[in-house]
Design a protein around this ligand. Structure first.
Ligand code: CP
Length: 309
């Protein structure tokens, strides 16, 4: 019994709190391996993982690769930009051809919401969502939660402000599911143009960052996702920073032991000031380290035996 009874990790939305806790506990237990002089255990020897990335990535792809190497899985990474996708091959044909090589897992990032779900319906391999459009980024929310839990000792009851491009952010969506399931108290903040309809049903929404940050245990800043914007959602980067950017002065409105999170990559001087990103309350690089531990946990729980279907 692993506490995670699923074959895939497609999102946070359908997970039970106990299943989220099982992944976080497993990641906590694995994290010390990363501090050993020899960072290698044989847990997934003989397993093969394909990392299939249709969108750019630094953190997610690198940390899946590191996690796979630490656990001794054989892995290969396919970037769509340098693959036969450029010759017109469909997602499903690409996945079926990769699966003909008999991998145990496919980790996929895609610009279309639901792409990992499509693969899960058609492939034998375990599927892990590494970000699908503006839908979900489950391993990011898990590493955010692990970082918060390490710093605060709990998730339940924490006041967490999520500030930025709520409309396009899969990180926000996965965190909304995860943090509300785990009992955190959320407040959401964005310009009116960057709030998806119906969001108020999940948590209070404000358009004033000072109000969102007031008394917060944690502030999670979101990247402005220019690549998903087709129109003018805000007048200029300068104005966005003035009205919604996290500055040192604004951090002072939060609790004295506040932690500042950002999933990366950051737009310095837009959603976050450099003094805050590099300052004493920032846990942004801890998030990256925890990303390896969370991805090790996901690999182990899905491939290490015990999954029931
Ligand atoms: N946080 C995140 O998903 O970063 P990358 O796009 O670099 O993977």
């Amino acid at each position: 019994m692993t506490g995670y009874p699923h074959r895939h990790l497609l999102g946070i939305e359908r997970l039970q709190p106990s299943e989220i806790a099982a992944i976080l506990d497993t990641a906590d237990g694995l994290r010390e391996i990363l501090d050993r002089p020899i960072k290698k255990v044989p847990a997934l020897r003989g397993k093969t993982v394909v990392n299939l990335f249709y969108e750019p990535s630094t953190r997610t792809r690198a940390s899946f690769e590191v996690a796979e190497k630490v656990l001794s899985a054989d892995s290969l990474s396919v970037a769509a930009a340098a693959s036969s996708v450029q010759k017109g091959e469909t997602l499903l044909d690409t996945a079926r051809n990769l699966e003909a090589m008999n991998p145990d897992m496919i980790v996929i990032r895609h610009s279309a919401a639901g792409a990992p779900h499509l693969l899960a319906r058609h492939c034998r391999a375990a599927i892990v969502n590494a970000g699908d459009g503006a839908h979900e980024h489950p391993t990011q929310a898990l590493l955010d939660a692990l970082t918060l839990r390490q710093r605060k000792g709990r998730l339940e009851g924490l006041r967490v402000a999520i500030v930025g491009d709520l409309l396009h952010s899969r990180v926000a969506r996965s965190n909304l599911w995860l943090l509300s399931k785990m009992g955190a108290r959320l407040v959401l903040c964005a310009p009116p143009t960057l709030v998806p309809p119906g969001l108020e049903a999940f948590a209070p929404v404000t358009h004033r960052i000072d109000e969102a940050v007031e008394g917060a245990d944690a502030v999670m800043m979101l990247r402005i996702q220019r690549e998903r914007m087709t129109g003018g959602f805000y007048p200029s980067d300068r104005e966005y920073h003035l009205r919604f950017g996290l500055t040192e002065a604004r951090v002072k409105r939060a609790k004295k032991d506040v932690v500042i999170l950002h999933p990366g990559p950051m737009n310095r001087g837009v959603e976050i000031a450099s003094e805050v990103a590099d300052g004493p309350y920032s846990v942004i690089l801890d998030q990256v380290t925890n990303g390896v531990a969370v991805r090790m946990a996901v690999l182990l729980l899905l491939l290490g035996g015990g999954a029931e279907g």
